[in-house]
Design a protein around this ligand. Structure first.
Ligand code: ATP
Ligand code: MG
Length: 146
């Protein structure tokens, strides 16, 4: 489902180059649940940003469901992000004026899923993470874990 092949990524700060990923290889199969652990600054967010197509590696390939996303145009990436990727940011990035329900619903509106079908699916997803009783709460009215 996800394959990283020899992924390199560094950050340039003026003349200083900070290597974050140096030849990373990873394979995740469908239904597999993987946790990436490591000390602060070891490159976990950098890796997830690359897999999530928010950032691109400098070198190497990332294959998602057979598609090499390191070579795709921004237009194609938008589609992949919408259909294949769910991403919880380290800083959440929830939309503050929308409720938990509406935050979950947004991509379904963009995809054109009818209202009733959306409502069912949103509640199903909230139930899955035991947040159905927080559906009408805004992000500022949720705990960090919630
Ligand atoms: N935008 C940036 N510009 C310059 N250096 C960066 C940038 N983002 C990350 N780094 C550096 O890249 C390295 C990897 O950072 P990254 O955020 O991927 O670590 P992390 O494993 O997610 O850490 P944490 O557990 O603290 O979230 C670190 O040395 C960090 O200082
Ligand atoms: Mg991080």
């Amino acid at each position: 489902m996800v394959e990283c092949i020899n992924v390199h990524k560094s950050y340039k700060m003026g003349k200083v180059i900070i290597p974050a990923l140096r030849g990373l290889n990873l394979k995740v199969k469908r239904t597999e649940v993987v946790a990436i652990v490591g000390p602060s600054g070891s490159g976990k967010t950098t890796l997830l940003n690359c897999i999530g197509t928010i950032d691109r590696p400098d070198e190497g390939q990332i294959i998602i469901d057979g598609i090499d996303v390191t070579r795709l145009s921004e237009r194609k990436l938008i589609e992949i992000r919408r259909k294949k990727i769910g991403f919880i940011f380290q800083t959440f990035n929830l939309i503050p004026v929308l409720t938990a329900f509406e935050n979950v619903e947004i991509p379904m509106i963009i995809t054109g899923i009818p209202r009733e079908q959306r409502r069912k699916r949103v509640m199903e997803l909230l139930r899955l993470v035991r947040l159905e009783h927080r559906a009408n709460h805004r992000p500022s009215e949720l705990s960090g874990g919630e």
